[in-house]
Design a protein around this ligand. Structure first.
Ligand code: OAD
Length: 270
């Protein structure tokens, strides 16, 4: 697959990357919707590919409020091992390409289902500053933060290397507690059955409706409402481009389909 993207005129599903790049240059409004495949090259497993995070696991045990209430120690251990692994990971080509695009153009909106903070880290590294950076809309929260399971008070920690809970979890007594109400803290991710953050979701749909192009990269596009966002672009006269080695339910709606690695394809497009 790598060689297919080494030349500017490389043909990808009948159209060229060079053409696509020109079209992107003329587009007014671009939404980039990302999923776990975009962070795969950083060493973070996806959910549903072979060897993915859900393999051999029950989603309802690990990623639902009911699962947490039944066995918070198990849920915390699982998220903490992911959190510790993610803290060791760095952005790679796909994050950097998306960061270049968003820093170069104010009409680019990055919307992610990923909870790893790597888009923000790539933007920060490229801009070489911590403030006044373009926002990334995190639809499924962040694994790098905690929040209270009862009162929702947040503990953001100062940074990616922050002070939120990393200590070894032995039993229920070693679980972190809310400084405000004493309730159990939990990772600040969105679980199945929970509502997505309203502001991020509303902004994502609004930008998608205004966008000429919605680039959908590295997501199986089966978890809604995130997977519905590109349809808002389509319904208002824009187009969907998909970057994914595999077919998804969105593929048949895509005007361009790049069957390749997100890092490689996006580096050519941005
Ligand atoms: P999935 O694991 O469902 O899908 C990952 C997608 O990335 C697949 O379609 C792969 O083909 C594609 N992929 C793999 N490697 C790639 C690469 N190098 N370049 C481009 N694409 C690649 O992950 P998501 O779609 O992100 O939610 O999953 C959506 C949500 O389901 C997650 O946010 C999570 C999960 O359950 C919650 O936990 C609430």
């Amino acid at each position: 697959m790598a060689d297919a993207f080494t030349r500017d005129d490389a043909v990808v599903t009948g159209k060229t990357l060079a053409e696509a790049r020109d079209e992107l240059g003329k587009a007014e409004g671009i939404v980039v919707l990302t999923g776990a495949g975009v962070s795969a090259a950083s060493g973070i497993p996806t959910f549903r590919d072979a060897g993915g995070l859900w393999e051999g696991e029950k989603v309802e045990d690990l990623a639902t409020p009911g699962g947490f209430n039944r066995d918070p120690v198990r849920v915390w251990r699982w998220y903490q091992s992911r959190r510790n692994a993610i803290r060791e990971c760095q952005p790679h080509d796909a994050h950097r390409a998306i960061a270049r695009l968003t820093l170069a153009r104010p009409d680019v909106t990055v919307v992610t289902q990923n909870v790893d903070g790597l888009h923000q880290e790539a933007i920060r590294q490229l801009a070489q500053r911590d403030s006044a950076l373009p926002p990334v809309l995190e639809l499924h929260g962040s694994i790098l933060r905690d929040r209270c399971n009862l009162c929702s008070a947040r503990d953001d920690g100062p940074s990616r290397q922050g002070a939120n809970h990393t200590a070894h979890i032995e039993d229920r007594a070693s679980l972190p507690r809310c400084a405000r109400c004493g309730g159990l803290m939990r990772p600040a991710v969105v679980w199945f059955g929970e509502t997505l953050p309203h502001e991020a979701l509303d902004t994502a749909f609004e930008r998608a409706r205004q966008a000429d192009v919605c680039i959908v990269a590295g997501t199986s596009a089966i978890v809604h409402p995130a997977a519905s966002i590109p349809m808002a672009t389509l319904e208002t006269g824009g187009v969907i481009w998909e970057v994914n080695p595999s077919n998804t339910p969105l593929s048949r709606h895509a005007a361009r389909t790049f069957r390749g690695d997100a890092g490689e394809v996006l580096s050519h497009l941005a």
